[in-house]
Design a protein around this ligand. Structure first.
Ligand code: ITT
Length: 197
């Protein structure tokens, strides 16, 4: 059995990937290898950030490793919030508790989009894998529209304002099971799994 580190402490993401790769790979978290650093993500693309995290683990801990980075890209905003998705409101001058972060990020985006007719957007994930001395990338995209008000209670982040192509409900209304089958992350993970298997 091979050991791979997933450079994340997001329990939900870890559980999901372990369920898929469990029989063939031992997937360790950052905590499992004693990495307590908040690994810097200073790149200007998802790919750069994912590689930065995977490289950090390889260089400091020696394990083969994969890492992901994701976010929302809005066409009318030239791809914003992009790599700044998690801290979009802060970058636009707002201060807040971490509990309100998702809500205020969405408010900032909706306000910028108020007069905008072009509502096209996509969620994007890039996974960088360092495996047996080589680097591989796996991308996942889901296209959709930014609606004008928040709808639904499920998911996280920008889910209440994102309606994926082919559906009349937002990611937050569709429920986690369906979302996790069609999401950007699911698509990137599916490619990673196909490669590893
Ligand atoms: P890590 O510790 O794994 O980095 P994170 O919360 O930063 O966790 P991502 O890098 O995957 O997760 O995503 C960055 C931001 O992009 C996230 O905080 C959300 O605002 C947004 N985002 C990413 N995927 C999303 C999804 O499926 N639904 C809604 N928003 C999402």
């Amino acid at each position: 059995m091979k050991t791979l580190v997933f450079a994340s402490n997001n329990a939900h993401k870890l559980e999901e990937i372990r369920a898929i790769l469990g029989k063939d790979f031992e997937v360790k978290s950052l905590k499992d290898i004693g990495c307590e650093t908040d690994i810097p993500e200073t790149g200007s693309t998802f790919r750069e950030n994912a590689l930065q995290k995977a490289t950090y683990v390889k260089e400091h801990f020696g394990f083969d490793c994969f890492a992901d980075d994701s976010g929302l890209q809005v066409e009318a905003l030239n791809g914003e919030p992009g790599v700044y998705s998690a801290r979009y409101a802060t970058m636009n001058g707002h201060t807040m508790d971490s509990g309100e972060k998702d809500d205020i990020n969405m408010d900032v985006l909706l306000q910028k989009m108020e007069k905008e007719e072009n509502r096209k957007a996509c969620f994007r994930t890039c996974i960088a894998l360092i495996y047996e001395g080589e680097t591989h990338y796996f991308d996942g995209v889901v296209n959709g529209l930014i609606i004008r008000e928040k709808r639904g209670e499920g998911g996280f982040g920008y889910d209440p304002i994102f309606m994926p192509e082919g559906y009349e409900q937002t990611f937050a209304e569709l429920g986690n099971e369906l979302k996790n089958n069609i999401s950007h992350r699911a698509r990137a993970v599916a490619q990673l799994v196909a490669f590893l298997k």
